[in-house]
Design a protein around this ligand. Structure first.
Ligand SMILES: C[S@@+](CC[C@H](N)C(=O)[O-])C[C@H]1O[C@@H](n2cnc3c(N)ncnc32)[C@H](O)[C@@H]1O
Length: 289
């Protein structure tokens, strides 16, 4: 989270340490989020707008509201407020270079290819994977290729499915790939649209990563970048083990620039580059979800 802390002396809503602890507990239990005490001013500024939007006058009342059975949408607003959707095409480009250089020769021999963008935000990550495959793998669109792209936030998944992006944002796509796999958007001339071929390779879905996953894999590669950074350490360790269990032998796990795999997953995931891990064959079973 990056925002300027408000002056807590002139707060519009009362926000006690107890309110903060209750909120942190809920955010951990529902979404795996880790909210350190030091984040209190930031949490206040992020959530004050939700209190205004819902015409609520205290954090205590907001907590009561969040507990309501019919408030699933507000709980999603909470996670949107506490995390960021920042992403871009070919972000941390070295991962796409590894995908092309190290994984593609193996994928070229496989009848079935499965990749997962976990925490895909508005879709730039899975589309970067799709374009890399389309560019490097002959006849990709005729092969049995699926890219699963999931995120907890339904609004961001809808944006990803729409597959339209400001022209400016598309400039981080290498020129040749941009020419081949994006086209001008007919209704808005400051937007581009991803090609149908790229769109057809991706299945978008809502998924909270700390809940059970309704699929079994195995995946050839998992991209989970700049997501686990929000989770507390125990939840991160469980997540890494679950990813290890979802990878085929030799499969890759790509994580964000400030993240590191820790815990039991290190028995089966070995470092294979910067924030890149590869599953070795001597690994144990997946951790139960
Ligand atoms: C900073 S974006 C990262 C996007 C992309 N992976 C990248 O690196 O560019 C973090 C994404 O994680 C999602 N997220 C946060 N907590 C999550 C959870 N518990 N389950 C699934 N997605 C989550 C957010 O909704 C957000 O879209």
């Amino acid at each position: 989270m990056t925002a300027t802390a408000p002056d807590l002396g002139s707060r519009e809503f009362s926000f006690t340490d107890q309110d903060f602890r209750a909120l942190a507990q809920l955010a951990r239990a529902e979404f795996g989020l880790s909210l350190a005490e030091s984040k209190k001013p930031l949490v206040y500024s992020r959530l004050a707008r939700r209190l205004r939007a819902r015409h609520i006058s205290s954090f205590q009342d907001y907590m009561t509201l969040l507990g309501g059975q019919e408030e699933a949408d507000e709980r999603l607003e909470l996670i949107s407020a506490l995390t960021t959707n920042v992403t871009s095409f070919f972000r941390e480009k070295h991962h796409f270079d590894t995908l092309r250089r190290e994984l593609m020769p193996q994928l070229a021999k496989q009848p079935r290819i499965r990749l997962w963008s976990a925490g895909c935000s508005s879709g730039q990550e899975p589309f970067s994977i799709a374009m890399t495959l389309l560019d490097a793998l002959p006849e990709t669109s005729r092969r049995n290729v699926r890219i699963l792209a999931t995120d907890i936030d339904p609004a961001i998944v809808r944006r990803a499915r729409a597959a339209r992006y400001p022209k400016e944002e598309s400039e981080t796509i290498p020129a040749e790939l941009r020419r081949a796999w994006t086209k001008p958007c007919p209704e808005e001339d400051d937007q581009v649209e991803m090609s149908q071929t790229a769109r057809q390779m991706i299945s978008f879905a809502e998924l909270n990563l700390i809940e059970p996953w309704p699929f079994h894999g195995p995946f050839d590669a998992i991209f989970c970048r700049n997501v686990a950074i929000y989770f507390d350490h125990d939840i991160q360790k469980t997540l890494w083990s679950r990813f290890a269990g979802m990878l085929r032998d030799g499969g890759f796990l790509f994580i964000g620039h400030s993240e590191r795999v820790s815990g039991p997953a290190l028995q089966s995931l070995t470092t294979a580059g910067v924030t890149t891990y590869r599953k070795t064959s001597a690994s144990g079973p997946a951790v139960a979800t």
